[in-house]
Design a binder for this molecule. Structure first.
Ligand code: AMP
Length: 318
């Protein structure tokens, strides 16, 4: 079997939430620890975030924060390459090459574009072109596996299509086809109002939340009085406790929403506390974090630039 190459990314758009964690980031750490001999690349997708974050101070802060987040959940720079997308210019260069073989109607079918259009948002070219840059991110590293949440599934499918199109157009075997890895049960983690957890819906529980923040978010979970089980509380609870454990708790406290919420606060705090502690430790030495990113940039560039060279030869510009 060919070697596993794992790549995934998160946008530095502010604090990650438990939807990001259970939907994707936890899988990154699990895969890292499970597959010692795989190549692993975890990216801070700052050029993707630039569609939203257009402030120098915020971009710098969110980028450093996200590096801390990755390290605090267990991404280990000795085992994985942690890097910033903008440090590897091959990503944007390959995106251009892909632009020239991709049609507008194909990109207009992307969910993210259609959603933005349905909301009558003014869409910038970067947002429209997002799937192309993401295909470049993935294909530059000969990635075989992309751990993501359900909302990114279509983007990985686009990467496969673009890889195939390139191979056909230039009559080569330049790219293999990457597979998405979407964990069952956490494909779409729901937020405090039952909708998909997302910063843009204001329904998140931050991954590194303080006890006070957890309490505020959980107390704000929308409950209806139609049944014994508050569904929105249960759905978050099942991320951290097994169904058997929950059955006992929810059977004993039928209709007692306040007690159930207090139990969830306790369980979330127990889960988050060690992550918070580790993050606070790491935060004391930001120079070390910057050094890790600089080292990651070198490793990522070595791999990406070698691939770009092959691609350039295959299209006839070298
Ligand atoms: P982003 O913040 O868009 O860069 O997302 C980082 C990762 O988190 C991606 O793999 C997303 O698919 C995943 N993700 C974001 N929100 C959720 C959610 N509510 N449930 C599951 N996965 C999510």
């Amino acid at each position: 079997m060919s070697k596993k190459i794992i790549l995934s990314g998160v946008k530095p758009t502010g604090r990650p939430h438990i939807g990001n964690y259970f939907g994707a980031m936890k899988q990154m750490v699990d895969l890292q620890n499970q597959f010692a001999d795989a190549e692993k690349f975890f990216m801070i997708a700052d050029y993707h975030a630039l569609n939203l974050i257009q402030s120098k101070e915020e971009m710098a802060q969110f980028t450093l924060d996200l590096a801390l987040d990755y390290l605090a959940i267990g991404i280990d720079p000795k085992q994985s390459t942690l890097f910033k997308q903008s440090d590897v210019s091959a990503h944007t260069e390959l995106a251009w090459i892909f632009n020239t073989i991709t049609t507008m109607p194909y990109l207009m079918r992307a969910h993210a574009f259609k959603d933005a259009e349905a909301k009558n948002k003014e869409i910038n070219v970067g947002t429209f072109d997002y799937p192309i840059l993401m295909a470049a991110d993935i294909l530059l590293y000969d990635t075989t596996l992309v751990p993501v949440g359900q909302d990114q599934k279509q983007h990985v499918e686009y990467s496969r299509d673009i890889a195939q199109k390139f191979n056909n157009v230039f009559n080569t075997e330049t790219f293999n086809l990457p597979e998405p890895l979407i964990m069952k049960g956490v494909e779409i983690v729901s937020g405090t109002n039952g909708q998909k957890m997302s910063k843009s819906y204001n329904n998140t529980i931050p991954l590194f939340a303080t006890r006070e923040e957890i309490t505020k978010a959980v107390m704000g979970i929308v409950t209806d009085s139609s049944g014994d089980v508050p569904v929105n509380v249960y759905n978050i609870h099942k991320l951290i406790k097994s169904e058997t454990e929950l059955k006992e708790i929810y059977d004993k406290n039928k209709g007692k929403y306040k007690i159930l919420k207090e139990t969830l606060i306790e369980d979330l705090d127990t889960m988050i506390k060690p992550l918070r502690k580790r993050r606070a430790e790491l935060e004391k030495n930001t120079e070390e974090i910057k050094a890790i990113l600089a080292d990651g940039a070198i490793k990522a560039k070595t791999k990406a630039n070698a691939k770009l060279l092959t691609i350039k030869k295959n299209i006839g510009v070298l």
